[in-house]
Design a binder for this molecule. Structure first.
Ligand SMILES: CC(C)(COP(=O)(O)OP(=O)(O)OC[C@H]1O[C@@H](n2cnc3c(N)ncnc32)[C@H](O)[C@@H]1OP(=O)(O)O)[C@@H](O)C(=O)NCCC(=O)NCCS
Length: 195
């Protein structure tokens, strides 16, 4: 059982090249289901590593969610500067054991601020049609959902930058998540059929 006593704070901040090893480890920890949802199919460890080493690029920016100092969730905003008005693609990954405690929500806010600060006019997110969790997250943040045969595209239109959006990106945001982690720990202790 994970010791949650030392990891009650969730810190969300921009990640840099110095976080590269953490980014690789985070992607490697994604289980089969989360990898499939994130990459739209099965991906080997080697494939995941190849991808992870290319996350920080001149045309992308990423935000990380750290619990007890360990990277547990990531949002990437890529394709910046490829077009004008700017359109970027956002993608999320939260490790399975850390899902459902609000990390995706916090990363969504970080991603929106990062997009705003780069004057991105359109953010696109694509997920598998059966990915109701991601669809819920996108809809909760007022994204427009467009359904295809197998996939769903969620679209957002950020506003211009504000002092608040700049501060959100520059200053690591800390949230007190002890109550949610406590709830999750209780859930983990319960037999599956009683949840
Ligand atoms: C999708 C994902 C990013 C969400 O992250 P998360 O940290 O678990 O999200 P949150 O904890 O902020 O979301 C919790 C919310 O989702 C809801 N939820 C949980 N499971 C759900 C499901 N199967 N269907 C619909 N809603 C669901 C919860 O009820 C909660 O709703 P509320 O905030 O309105 O109370 C995460 O599950 C993930 O990384 N999945 C694998 C990769 C992936 O699918 N990426 C998206 C494609 S790029």
């Amino acid at each position: 059982m994970r010791d949650i006593s030392a990891s009650k704070d969730l810190v969300v901040r921009r990640v840099h090249s110095g976080d590269q090893n953490d980014i690789c480890d985070h992607f490697l920890r994604l289980d089969v289901g989360s990898r499939r949802s994130r990459f739209f199919g099965a991906v080997s460890d080697a494939g995941v590593l190849k991808y992870a080493r290319n996350v920080i690029r001149y045309d992308s920016v990423a935000g990380g969610a750290f619990v007890g100092g360990q990277l547990r969730g990531l949002v990437e905003l890529s394709g910046l500067f490829h077009s004008w008005p700017s359109t970027a693609e956002a993608a999320f990954s939260v490790e399975t054991d850390w899902q459902n405690i609000g990390i995706g929500d916090a990363l969504f806010e970080q991603m929106f601020a990062m997009a705003q600060n780069r004057r991105v006019r359109t953010v696109q997110m694509t997920c598998l049609k059966e990915n109701s969790h991601m669809r819920h997250l996108a809809a909760k943040h007022n994204a427009q959902l467009l359904f295809d045969a197998d996939a769903v595209e969620a679209v957002l239109y950020p506003n211009w930058p504000t002092p608040g959006s700049i501060a959100k990106e520059m200053i690591a945001q800390t949230r007190e998540y002890s109550h949610l982690l406590f709830r999750q720990a209780c859930k983990n202790r319960l037999p599956k059929d009683s949840q």
